[in-house]
Design a protein around this ligand. Structure first.
Ligand code: ADP
Ligand code: MG
Length: 286
């Protein structure tokens, strides 16, 4: 039979908006050594706002932005949502074919007869397209655009750190937990957010499989890992962690279904709360 303490712990979780899918995850959280977190949607709101459009001279801005908007309509990524919000009124019915979402990079497709690439600068690298800017020098997320194999410009977008994120990191450190951030966004933005939050280790420019390998590395050092994420691409790493945690509000269904623990209102400050509930439960059970 399940000890009464577990019911108490699961109940305390539920009163705090934390869904534990089993009593064993209370124990896992009580003894957790590392909390590894995704950036976008986990520590930041995941709601990007367009700041600036910088196209190469001679291009028709209205036309290019329409093509970008139309191709982004094929994606549900937070970057795509920002583009729709900004360009929504300009959306038009245009012929789009062969759209491909390239994980961790962006989109490729043909719009109005033009071969379009819309994503990060790694996407342009992948197609060997040169560009006259240093993306790392700009501390904002960038959406790069190439048309017919030629660099066409970029759009800058910005997200916001969640209000309770600094407190979450501080409390994890108070609980002697090591903090790590893993992100697919570019390194300069990742470094900026990590420094603002005081996160111990942070890595950017990661593909979904790189996140998996980083977590495997920490686990191989015989150290327990809780991974917190929200995206479809976080599901594999949520599955392999000792405690997989999903943001339940804006999180993807794949992340929520795979998770062992769900934070219903998306607040990162619920992570140290989950650990404290685990520790309290253990004191009652043992
Ligand atoms: P993360 O959620 O950690 O940022 P992703 O793997 O979802 O990681 O995305 C990595 C990067 O790829 C994003 O930061 C963005 O720059 C780019 N990207 C992904 N999808 C798109 C898209 N639909 N449009 C533009 N850029 C994209
Ligand atoms: Mg994310």
């Amino acid at each position: 039979s399940i000890p009464l303490g577990y019911f108490g712990g699961i109940g305390a979780g539920s009163r705090n908006g934390i869904l534990f899918k089993g009593g064993n995850y209370l124990d896992v959280m009580a003894a957790i050594k590392n909390v590894v977190m995704d950036k976008t949607g986990t520590l930041t709101r995941g709601v990007f706002q367009v700041q600036e459009v910088k196209l190469e001279p001679g291009l028709d801005e209205d036309a290019v932005l329409q093509w970008v908007n139309v191709i982004e309509q094929r994606s549900t990524h937070p970057v795509a949502t920002a583009i729709h919000e900004y360009l929504g009124a300009k959306a038009q019915v245009l012929a789009v074919t062969g759209v491909e979402e390239i994980a961790g990079h962006g989109l490729k497709g043909v719009v109005a007869g033009k071969e379009l690439l819309v994503g990060n600068f790694k996407l342009l690298d992948k197609f060997s397209i040169p560009y006259p800017v240093n993306p790392e020098a700009i501390v904002l997320t960038l959406v790069a655009i190439a048309i017919d194999g030629k660099y066409a410009g970029y759009i800058t977008i910005a997200d916001e750190i969640k209000e309770d994120a600094p407190q979450a990191i501080q409390q994890l450190h108070d609980l002697q937990v090591n903090t790590v951030m893993l992100s697919g966004d570019k390194s300069s933005v990742v470094k900026y957010v990590a420094e603002k939050l005081g996160i111990t280790q942070a890595f950017g420019d990661l593909l979904p499989e790189d996140k998996v390998n980083k977590v495997k590395g920490i686990k191989a050092a015989n150290s327990s890992v809780a991974f917190v994420g929200d995206g479809v691409n976080d599901a594999p790493v949520i599955a392999l962690s000792d405690a997989g945690i999903a943001m339940g509000g804006l999180g993807s269904d794949a992340a929520i279904e795979t998770a062992d623990i769900v934070i219903q209102n998306d607040q990162p400050s619920k992570i140290p709360v989950a650990i404290r509930i685990g520790k309290m439960t253990r004191r009652i059970v043992w």
